[in-house]
Ligand binder design. Structure first.
Ligand SMILES: Cc1ncc(COP(=O)(O)O)c(C=O)c1O
Length: 432
């Protein structure tokens, strides 16, 4: 077929493809990455903090000295050496006694989520997830034709009573709870110590599996993070993590620690999708963990991000218009802001880009289109001065919008949304 248009393919797509839309983040990346734009969007770690020369030498040696293995196919479950190392890494977070046999190495945490969706979700099944939640997980659940039922969060994370209510509402259609309990993406909040047992008890009573996604637990700024859910309960908890935020996302190495009974099916699903994860990337991570000061590197990341978090919070306090609130993350990469009544983060985005600042509108993190009064702000990538400049530009755009509203009243978007309850601006979680 020559000269075909997108329309020529539309009718041929599989049903699961029809709901796929570009994520807010992906659509923004092309503009947000221009050098003149201060990007508070994205979730990139600050890779320049790595000892890149030493990493480069290590990678070179991996090819020249171990190429016969590192450039060959590997095995579906992932290299045994790496799985052992992963168990050591998890024990630092308090997950003791995990067996390398129950670890499946994946192409980032993202593939781990995809495998779990392939294993457990039929079309029409329900996944319970925090409101808001990780945009990449929403994409996976949507591709599996599952429905996401959001569960309210507050400053202490998932609200147990809201979880019970959601379980009662969806009945047996819920397959699992997907949760990011520690330094959550996008909200930056952490499930409190006391709620962790409560959430696990609720899921156990309801016979609900738990998928715990923990990419950020090691990036704590004030003391250690609370113990992961998987450290408290083995049965029914799948623990997903990644080297993307503690080492380098470009290598695409993550993993899932699964209950033993499920591990084999996970490997089969992974082999069907990718044959095996990259042997070279796995060898690189194994070598990094064996020969380089990776614990020190995590400390370096923590210090840099703590300083940047502080700079962002200070700038928000100094510059944001009255009525704006935001979370105070104790780790991770993100602050979640709630805008003054009447402002719409999605509608405001073109004006923000024109003012050379980018963020991710809150709507990207909900399956139901809510989140218009919210935005996610990333602090890992830009230095303190640039973060402040970004907030200054953003505050300027917001002040302008507020001034326009004062003169002309609500814009067409907000007027439209106010008409009916279905389209109403949902309150969303009060995370401040
Ligand atoms: C909550 C969460 N889960 C999973 C991922 C996927 O990360 P990766 O595939 O790079 O390991 C991310 C990345 O930002 C994330 O924030």
């Amino acid at each position: 077929m020559t000269g075909t248009t997108q329309d020529d393919y539309t009718d041929r797509y599989a049903r699961r493809v029809r709901g796929m839309t570009a994520s807010e983040i992906r659509a923004l990346f092309s503009v947000a990455s221009r050098p003149e734009v201060v990007s508070l969007a994205g979730g990139s770690p600050y890779i320049a903090a790595l000892p890149l020369d030493a990493v480069g030498e290590m990678l070179g040696r991996l090819a020249s000295e171990q190429g016969a293995v590192s450039l060959q196919y590997g095995i579906g479950q992932g290299m045994p050496d790496l799985r052992e190392r992963i168990c050591e890494v998890m024990s630092l977070s308090g997950i003791d006694g995990a067996s390398p046999d129950d670890v499946v190495v994946t192409v980032g945490g993202q593939q781990a989520l995809d495998l779990l969706a392939r294993l457990f979700l039929d079309p029409g099944d329900v996944v319970l997830a925090e409101a808001p939640t990780y945009v990449g997980a929403l994409g996976v659940f949507q591709a599996a034709q599952a429905q996401v039922r959001h569960v309210a969060m507050d400053a202490d994370g998932l609200v147990p009573a809201a979880l019970e209510e959601a379980i009662a509402q969806v009945g047996g259609r819920a397959k699992f709870l997907y949760t990011i309990p520690t330094y959550q993406n996008p909200a930056g909040v952490t499930l409190s110590e006391s709620r962790r047992e409560e959430i696990l008890d609720i899921c156990q009573r309801a016979g609900l599996l738990v998928v715990e996604d923990d990419p950020y637990g090691m990036l704590s700024f004030e003391g250690d993070a609370p113990l992961p859910l998987r450290a408290r309960r083995r049965d029914g908890v799948f623990y997903v993590s990644t080297f993307s935020k503690t080492f380098a996302p470009g290598l695409r190495v993550g993993w899932v620690l699964a209950p033993h009974a499920v591990r084999e099916k996970l490997v089969m699903a992974s082999e069907a999708a990718i044959l095996c994860p990259s042997a070279f990337a796995q060898a690189a991570v194994t070598q990094y963990l064996s020969t380089m000061p990776w614990r020190e590197q995590i400390k370096t990341y923590r210090e840099i991000y703590r300083e940047r978090r502080d700079a962002l919070l200070l700038a928000l306090g100094d510059l944001m218009p009255a009525g704006t609130t935001w979370t105070h993350p104790q780790g991770g990469l993100f602050v979640w802001a709630t805008l003054p009544d009447g402002l719409d983060s999605k509608a405001m985005m073109p004006r923000a880009i024109a003012a050379r600042v980018a963020y991710v509108p809150g709507t990207g993190f909900y399956a139901d289109g809510t989140g218009r009064r919210n935005m996610r702000l990333n602090f890992s990538f830009s230095d303190p001065a640039r973060l402040r400049e970004g907030v200054r530009r953003l505050a300027g755009v917001m002040e302008q919008e507020l001034a326009m509203r004062a003169v002309f009243g609500p814009g067409p978007e907000s007027r439209g949304r106010r008409r009916g309850p279905a389209a109403a601006d949902a309150p969303g979680p009060d995370l401040a």
